[in-house]
Design a protein. Structure first.
Lengths: 113, 112
């Protein structure tokens, strides 16, 4: 199973871009990278996912390196409400053909006023 | 409103008792999942189900049991065999194409 490595914590000034890195050096060719965030004691919230190409939606951008061994989640203009734990996740296929998420320990992002 | 509901939000039980956590979804999703989260840790997969009357063990299934008698419901039983049951339990669901998972609000179980 591919695993992810993220820095345990980061700070970002309000209004600035937050760049959250993730290493997934053992990822397989057909495994997607997902990003979720979790605000204290709530269920995780989906942000974005990708396979090879960079992706953008209304919440964030996802930059995946060409070798797919790492990625960066970019929150373009961080607000105080973006303070949360951010999880970089690999979606791996099981032996039965289904899929499962492999969570790491995440990055605790603190947006500072 | 479409979504996933988990009840109750907080649950207390005495050691040695079985307890069942509820998870219901009205998103018409085929796949459902149970995760456990310990303080400062990521989520770990307990059980998952792709279809009614079928489910598979995840990474930490020992001491847990599930059923999937209806598409909308995927209850989790924490048995007395689970050594450290105190944790935050999260239920999720997704379409069969396995894109994003939608998570419920979670149940915090404390065993006294």
């Amino acid at each position: 199973d591919a695993k992810t490595t993220q820095p345990p914590s980061m700070d970002c000034a309000e209004g600035r871009a937050a760049n959250l890195p993730c290493n997934h050096s053992t990822i397989s060719g057909n495994e997607y990278v997902y990003w979720y965030r979790q605000i204290h004691s709530q269920g995780p919230q989906y942000i974005i996912h990708g396979l090879k190409n960079n992706e953008t939606n209304e919440m964030a951008s996802l930059i995946i390196t060409e070798d797919r061994k790492s990625s960066t989640l970019i929150l373009p203009h961080a607000t105080l409400r973006d303070t949360a734990v951010y999880y970089c996740i690999v979606r791996a296929q099981t032996s039965s053909g289904t899929y499962k998420y492999i969570f790491g320990t995440g990055t605790r992002l603190k947006v500072l006023a | 409103d479409g979504g996933i509901t988990q009840s109750p939000k907080y649950l207390f039980r005495k050691e040695g008792q079985n307890v069942t956590l509820s998870c219901e979804q009205n998103l018409n999703h085929d796949a459902m999942y149970w995760y456990r989260q310990d303080p400062g840790q990521g989520l770990r997969l307990i059980y998952y189900s792709q279809i009614v009357n079928d489910f598979q063990k995840g990474d930490i299934a020992e001491g847990y049991s599930v059923s999937r008698e209806k598409k909308e419901s995927f209850p989790l039983t924490v048995t007395s065999a689970q050594k450290n049951p105190t944790a935050f339990y999260l239920c999720a669901s997704s379409t069969i194409s396995y894109n994003e998972q939608f998570f419920g609000p979670g149940t915090r179980l404390t065993v006294l």
